[in-house]
Structure formats: structure tokens, C-alpha cells
Design a protein. Structure first.
Length: 75
């Protein structure tokens, strides 16, 4: 899946940030595009938004399991 590739690229680009936080952030941003009519550019838009966010704000993962619905990536 293209979003998984976005996550991998951002983890490599921001090694100081927790991978689980980057994944959570990317997936939350991706959710915003769920109703997009044109899906071709969604991964690019998600990657750009996540990279801008991570570049400005550090990520902190709260919750025991970063994959749970209760987990939050705070920025």
C-alpha cells in the first residue's frame, strides 16, 4: 500500500522521531482524505502534511499500544 511506503520514507527521514508516532500521524492525516473524490494524489498530500508537521513539532505517543484507537500522537 502506498501509505505504508509513505510511513517508511518518513521514518527514514526523521530517525529521531518514534516510528509508532510517525505511523499514527500518517494514518490520522490519511483519514482526513477518506472522502476525497480524486485519490491519485492522496499519498503525496499525506506525506507532505506529515513531513511538515514532524519537521516543526516533535511527536509524543501516548497510550500503551500505538495501534489502539485510544493512542494519540501529540505534536
Amino acid at each position: 500500500m502506498q501509505i505504508d511506503q509513505v510511513i517508511e520514507r518518513l521514518i527514514a527521514r526523521f530517525p529521531a522521531e518514534p516510528p509508532a508516532g510517525i505511523e499514527l500521524l500518517v494514518r490520522r492525516i490519511h483519514e482526513r482524505f477518506a472522502d476525497a473524490r480524486v485519490r491519485d494524489f492522496v499519498p503525496l498530500l499525506v506525506e507532505k502534511a506529515a513531513a511538515q508537521t514532524v519537521g516543526v513539532y516533535p511527536i509524543e505517543v501516548t497510550g500503551e499500544d500505538p495501534h489502539s484507537s485510544e493512542a494519540m500522537a501529540t505534536i
